[in-house]
Design a protein around this ligand. Structure first.
Ligand SMILES: Cc1cc2nc3c(=O)[nH]c(=O)nc-3n(C[C@H](O)[C@H](O)[C@H](O)COP(=O)(O)OP(=O)(O)OC[C@H]3O[C@@H](n4cnc5c(N)ncnc54)[C@H](O)[C@@H]3O)c2cc1C
Length: 380
């Protein structure tokens, strides 16, 4: 078989798994991974970073480490994908490919809610989590409001996890009585999409910790001067600290290159992860399996899809039968504060998801911590 080049766009969680699996399955071919950032971060630890429960050093790795595994790592921003010519343009370079894996993730749409960038905190990027950590150090008390966006966004438990970690944080600082914590969400109940058992358990934890949840509501605009959060249908909410999770979309370069649809996601065949373009695959947060508008953005899904796409490509290069479709099965650990977490496990890809939830325990908290070490050492 003549040498083939597989190009992986984006080297986050899905991209790293795809590149490593491709390297393993196709030892005699080129695997090139491109990312705009020189450092890889483990996003599930961002809430803990913001409240000072983990250190910045422990949740990052230099992406160049992938070169030790025989992967060519390019540090540049992808600017255009020409699927007809099979060329990707990135900061003056032109990278040719035989097979393409799009793993550019999802990004915040900062312009979607007026006033949001001026007045709010976040924790969905490393920089935002560090900034929130700094703001918390000077926070003397008041109203903390966390808002959940409409539509698909990265890992739905994160806002609730943040609320409960903050509750614990203020408790430890002996200022819990000076802080009101509220969550505003368009969901009918916290994490309703995961089913009643999980939703009830999380709602119970939030209530027990005195965290108010305003369901069926969304943030429509922010008045940074008067510190008011205007909800889509209701009275304005006052805040002293607003943590607004932005609506998400696939990186605009994918829309401009004609790979993402009008909703901003790259539609793929759920059995193969191939897009409408032959030889072009999409995995992780940027990808939306056809017919499943609710697919969660999670590492469990990112990993399953990346491994499946690598298997498909390897089978085609070698002329072997195609590999099995991805299954989004696994475990999610959700921090609930006080050193405990809950574990949700099962089939996240089933509709409705078929999952069970285990009661809060320190064991699940340690399992979540161990997962950080596993991910960073296993894939980078
Ligand atoms: C706060 C938080 C907590 C989370 N907790 C959990 C959890 O506990 N469990 C769980 O299962 N999931 C969790 N997730 C979700 C999980 O992190 C994502 O689903 C996962 O990172 C998706 O992987 P990905 O590779 O698709 O995207 P990413 O990991 O975001 O990687 C995308 C990569 O593409 C690069 N990129 C983007 N645009 C360009 C461009 N134009 N040029 C070059 N490079 C580009 C980016 O730099 C990035 O490295 C959490 C997410 C967040 C934000």
């Amino acid at each position: 078989v003549p040498e083939r080049t597989v190009l992986v766009l984006g080297c986050g969680m899905a991209g790293a798994v795809a590149a490593r699996e491709l390297r393993r399955l196709l030892p005699d071919h080129r695997v090139v991974a491109i990312d705009r950032g020189a450092t890889a971060f483990y996003a599930p630890s961002f809430p803990a970073l913001a409240v000072g429960e983990t250190r910045a050093r422990s949740l990052q790795r230099p992406r160049a480490r992938l070169a030790r595994h025989g992967i060519e790592v390019v540090n540049a921003t992808v600017q255009h994908v020409d699927t007809a010519a099979r060329v990707v343009k990135a900061e003056g370079r032109e990278l040719r490919y035989d097979y393409l894996v799009v793993a550019l993730g999802a990004e915040a749409d900062n312009g979607a809610i007026p006033g949001v960038t001026e007045a709010t905190q976040g924790f969905y990027t490393f920089e935002a989590a560090e900034r929130l950590g700094a703001a918390l150090r000077y926070f003397a008390g008041g109203r903390v409001l966390i808002t959940v966006p409409e539509g698909r966004f990265r890992w739905p438990p994160a806002p609730y996890e943040m609320a409960m970690l903050l509750e614990q944080h203020f408790h430890v600082r002996k200022m819990r009585q000076k802080v009101e914590i509220g969550v505003v969400t368009p969901e009918p109940a916290p994490l309703a999409a995961l089913g009643e058992e999980t939703s009830d358990l999380i709602a119970g934890q939030l209530a027990h910790k005195g965290i108010e949840v305003n369901t069926g509501a969304t943030l429509a605009a922010v008045d940074p001067v008067r510190r008011l959060a205007h909800l889509a249908d209701g009275a304005p909410r006052e805040f002293d600290l607003l943590i607004a999770i932005r609506p998400h979309r696939a990186p605009p370069v994918l829309v401009e290159s004609g790979l993402a649809d009008d909703d901003g996601w790259v539609e793929v065949d759920p059995a193969t992860m191939e897009t409408g373009q032959e030889g072009v695959f999409a995995v992780g947060d940027a990808a939306l399996p056809r017919g499943d508008g609710h697919a969660f953005m999670s590492i469990t899904r990112a990993k399953a899809e990346a491994a499946a796409a690598a298997g498909q490509i390897a089978a085609r290069v070698r002329g072997a039968p195609p590999s099995a479709p991805p299954v989004d099965r696994g475990r999610w650990f959700i921090e609930v504060g006080a050193g405990a977490a809950v574990m949700v496990s099962g089939d996240f890809g089933a509709r409705p998801p078929r999952v069970q939830v285990a009661q809060p325990s320190i064991v699940w908290h340690w399992a979540k911590t161990a997962l950080e070490k596993y991910w960073l050492s296993r894939w980078w």
